[in-house]
Design a protein around this ligand. Structure first.
Ligand code: UDP
Length: 328
């Protein structure tokens, strides 16, 4: 059957990793903006709970599938958003081969789908492609400082490969592609135990436990609220730039400063305890977002205090309901 022109039907988006933290927020935004959405997720790190509110919503469909396998969809597709991947250090240390496979084979399948459907493709890449950066803040033209055989190499190199494959499909097959380099992001739907610093500190603080600062806490990160980030990514997909764009919040903190901020924001009585720094932990990270500002007219709008407040409310509920039901 010939494809009905997109102007006479709703736009169709496929979101791989659509039950994940960021994937599910993207699904919500796309549905709000009138897209039909097909979320694909193998639920290895994603969760049905993140999309449970969409049960029965018209225009939304969930397929439980590993995207390293052939993706068959019997319908027109306008946009493929490739978000599937473990993304927290403890997840990809626990799942190094799945991480490499989804970044390589999964990206291949997702690009193949976009090519077959003549859809536009966006790769969710990462600030990890800069490794332990020697340029600060990180601009998109910096090539990075990655240890390919270190414990983080499975994620960093998978994403670097994914960027290379995306550019190859763009140059060789003329697929319209976009690459977003996502910096540290936080918000509701992060897993309490995903090991990243925001859920770790928040769940510790909300239970008045000690906050585990790794190393001496002088390493820096900058945190973007999830809805700010998703808006930037949506604008990137709708723009016309095939080259990578950093999306993140340039407000930079040391991890020690951040721990103190979490204690303040939660009103916790927690102390801080220092733990060993994980291997290859980047010493500094802050996005240069000049490109996003110029090309997309985007910059983050939600201050850390507001984002933390929403995230604290989410985690408080999670911790309270799991302790009531006896789960840890
Ligand atoms: N970190 C920490 N305590 C924790 C978890 C993480 O001090 O309980 C540090 C970690 O060493 C890193 C920063 O917080 O320097 C951000 O870690 P995260 O795992 O959130 O992501 P990354 O930016 O390293 O990918």
């Amino acid at each position: 059957m010939p494809k009905k022109p997109a102007s006479r039907r709703s736009l169709v988006s496929v979101v791989t990793g659509g039950a994940g933290f960021l994937g599910s927020h993207l699904v919500d935004l796309l549905l709000e903006r009138g897209h039909k959405v097909i979320a694909i997720d193998n639920l290895v790190t994603g969760s049905i709970g993140n999309i449970a509110h969409l049960g029965g919503v018209r225009g939304f469909k969930f397929i439980q599938q590993d995207v390293t396998e052939f993706i068959f969809l019997d319908m027109p597709v306008d946009f493929v958003w490739h978000f599937a991947s473990p993304a927290s250090p403890i997840d990809y240390l626990d799942l190094p081969i799945q991480t490499l496979k989804v970044g390589s084979l999964g990206t291949h399948k997702a690009l193949g789908l976009a090519k077959h459907k003549a859809a536009r493709f966006l790769l969710a890449s990462t600030s990890e492609i800069y490794g332990d950066p020697l340029v600060h803040p990180q601009t998109e033209d910096y090539w990075g400082n990655v240890n390919p055989i270190g414990l983080r190499g499975c994620y960093d190199e998978a994403k670097r490969f994914a960027e290379a494959l995306t550019m190859a499909y763009h140059r060789e097959h003329g697929v319209e592609t976009r690459i977003v380099r996502i910096f540290n992001t936080y918000g509701p739907r992060m897993r309490l135990n995903d090991g990243r610093v925001v859920p770790a500190f928040l769940s510790q603080a909300l239970q008045n436990k000690r906050l585990t600062v790794f190393g001496d806490g002088s390493q820096t990160r900058s945190f973007c609220y999830c809805l700010d980030l998703i808006e930037g990514i949506y604008r990137l997909m709708m723009s016309n730039t095939p080259y990578p764009v950093n999306i993140g919040n340039p407000q930079e903190f040391t991890m020690l400063e951040f721990a103190r901020e979490v204690i303040r924001a939660t009103g916790a009585r927690s102390k801080i305890v220092f733990k060993p720094l994980p291997e290859d932990d980047p010493k500094q990270r802050r996005p240069d977002i000049t490109r996003a500002r110029t090309l997309l007219g985007w910059s983050p709008a939600i201050p850390l205090s507001d984002g933390l407040e929403k995230t604290i409310a989410y985690f408080r509920k999670k911790i309270f309901s799991s302790s009531k039901s006896g789960r840890s």
